[in-house]
Design a protein around this ligand. Sequence first.
Ligand code: ZN
Length: 399
Amino acid sequence: MPHALRRCLACASPSLVERVALHDARTGTRSVALGLVQCARCGHVQLPASAERDRALHTIAADVTPSRPAAAMDAWLSAQRTLPKSGESKLLVDVGSSKGEMLLAASRIGWRVCGVEPAAELAQAANAAGAPSICAYFDESVAREIRERYGSGARAIVATNVIANVEQLDEFLGAAGTALDESGVLIVETQYLRDTIEGVMLDTIHHDHLSYFSAESLGAALGRAGFGIVDIERVPAKGGSLRAAARLGVGHGEKHAALVAEERRAGLRDAEYFAPFSRTLQQCASELDRLLGSQAYERVAGYGSSIGCGTVIAQFALEGRLEFLVDESIGEGREDRAFGLRVLSAGELVRSAPEAVVVLAWRFADQIATKTREYLEGGGAFIVPLREVHVIGRKGSAV
Ligand SMILES: [Zn+2]
């Protein structure tokens, strides 16, 4: 069962203050408390409660993140400049290595590689493809196993879209320190708090996404584990992320200090910083409610069934209003379930032709509209709920 988070995930302080209040969301049969709280000491923003490590949930999350291998590759290529020139080790470790795509590419240019992947079927696929992978959550014992197996520490560890999902952050970063060579580099990429809040990316807030890092709080967490951030930048991945390279036994560098200074100027530590996010949600919720009511739609579906779509459903009180969900990842003639609703294929959307579809995956609304012209041309309408409620199709803009 989820339990109340009593201490900051990044610095262990018990002083946590609420910044964003959200309705609880449903995951399968469970209800999960959502919202954001901020640590008064280090400024780290996180969920108010954290689900216990759940292998089934993580397996699903890993399986539905096709962008991860590409992001890992991108992070790895960009991080080359931070790698030490000297040092014997040519071992690269990818944490959350999926099917080993990045490892295979690195091994082709002479790296020894090791993946760590908790989802069994992904780790098996990686091993079968020739990318040696340990099926486990990354922790101290895995770090020691890697050192033993390869006879040295890693020259680089890549963790892309991983640390935000880690509950035992100190243990995870401590293990990275154990697995790294003395001069090795830890490369992390994680969604950036500023992009989440300023972009009102409601759908990035969900039960599996425990931490919402700022440069400051990432520095606090890495600093506690003995790391200094030697390079950090904002990258567009996942709607806006931070990519950082960290080394043991050094202090944080100038680029980190510059980002933290920008965060101070933007007021990331203040309650007011989060107010426009909550205000936009409230405005969109009432506008959506008014629109659905005034049009008297009898049949409304939702587009998107990923984990973050559950947050959108809960926040906009759509549970009783949606007849079914549509997801293009569902094969023709197949059916799945999410948030207590049936999930059908894009083809079924055309055949079933609901009067309107709320685009839960709202950031991709334009792409979705392009892919589903047939539904729109047949008289359908897409209602995009964020950041301003608008309609694509029948009663709104031309397609
Ligand atoms: Zn803290």
